[in-house]
Design a protein around this ligand. Structure first.
Ligand code: G3P
Length: 217
């Protein structure tokens, strides 16, 4: 499963990229607002940090407007994935851009039927939001299983990008289902490394090692 980080904080992206485990980045207008920086500048900087896909979202609601914005975004770098909303205009834009060789991430997906439409529109990535589903009392991961089944039934090549990930259990469940990608905030990715028994074990090993009085090399 590929790991994308869901942030526009370039310091966090650089830090996580150093682990060698980061396969891409997703942003959205809320994350750009949180970063407090110029959209095009920050996206260009991110695209220079990670070689993998960097999602940058259009804000126009109509097809012509989305195409105009997409033109600007895709010129930033070869690894830009234009992010469009799951609407009729969004999917029209998806079809046009992917036919032209541009990566497209279709966002704000909340049903398996919507994911089916995105695949038919040639989406590179479909982003079902699991956390926001959980927030209103539904099982977000159920949608991921349904999408996996549908995409496998028809050999759709659209990658399932599990979004709105809130905690490590979401990551675990996404991997068990066989999602292609997950995108999570930096804090959730960092949580994946941690376990109290790892820390405790390390402390014991180091204390015992010091008692040996030895050094390596
Ligand atoms: O980038 C889209 C998605 O990951 C947003 O997550 O936590 O705002 O629901 P969240």
């Amino acid at each position: 499963m590929k790991f994308f980080v869901d942030t526009a904080d370039t310091a966090e992206i650089r830090d996580l990229a150093e682990t060698g485990l980061l396969d891409g980045v997703t942003t959205n207008p809320s994350l750009i607002h949180k970063a407090g920086r110029n959209f095009l500048e920050v996206v260009e900087e991110i695209a220079g940090i990670v070689p993998g896909p960097v999602s940058a979202e259009v804000v126009a609601l109509d097809h012509a407007g989305m195409m105009r914005e997409a033109e600007i975004l895709r010129r930033i770098a070869d690894n830009i994935a234009v992010k469009v909303p799951l609407t009729i205009d969004g999917l029209k834009t998806c079809k046009a851009l992917t036919a032209d060789g541009t990566m497209v991430n279709v966002t704000l997906c909340f049903t398996a039927n919507q994911a089916l439409l995105a695949a038919k529109a040639g989406a590179t990535f479909i982003s079902p939001f699991v956390g926001r589903h959980d927030d209103i009392g539904f099982d977000g991961m159920q949608i991921i299983s349904e999408i996996r089944q549908i995409y496998d039934n028809y050999d759709f090549r659209t990658e399932i990008l599990v979004a709105s990930v809130r905690h490590p259990i979401h990551v675990l469940e996404a991997a068990k289902i066989g999602a292609d990608v997950m995108t999570a905030p930096p804090a959730v990715i960092r949580q994946l490394f941690n376990h109290p028994l790892t820390e405790r074990g390390l402390e014991t090993f180091l204390a015992d090692w010091q008692k040996t009085g030895q050094t390596i090399g």
